[in-house]
Design a protein around this ligand. Structure first.
Ligand SMILES: [Zn+2]
Length: 107
């Protein structure tokens, strides 16, 4: 079951499932808002797609909380305009691995 909230790096995040999700009037699959600590997911997708989008947005949360804003590896270590490339690389490489582990019963 997809979560309604979760805790990442000690911070509580809400997860909302919204039909016709947009970012600046452009439709999108997921969004992460650091001001409100809300992750929004387009609700018309399959559950499998929602899980993958949630994973993608979680990487944004982690990078936005750590690398992009300099908390862990130094100011500007991940430039904001490069973040999407890094998020996608991690999503596409790690999501199949995590799905397999979960299927095999890893907890
Ligand atoms: Zn993204």
């Amino acid at each position: 079951m997809l979560p309604k909230s979760l805790t990442v790096l000690g911070e509580r995040w809400s997860v909302k499932y919204i039909r016709n999700l947009t970012d600046d009037d452009t439709s999108c699959w997921g969004l992460t808002d650091f001001d409100t600590r809300v992750i929004s997911i387009e609700s018309s997708q399959s559950d499998a797609a929602k899980w993958q989008v949630l994973f993608h947005e979680l990487i944004h949360v982690v990078l936005g909380t750590t690398a992009t804003n300099g908390l862990i590896i130094g100011e500007g270590a991940v430039r904001q305009d490069n973040e999407e490339i890094i998020v996608r690389a991690l999503e596409y490489s790690l999501w199949p691995v995590i799905k397999n582990l979960v299927k095999k019963g890893a907890r």
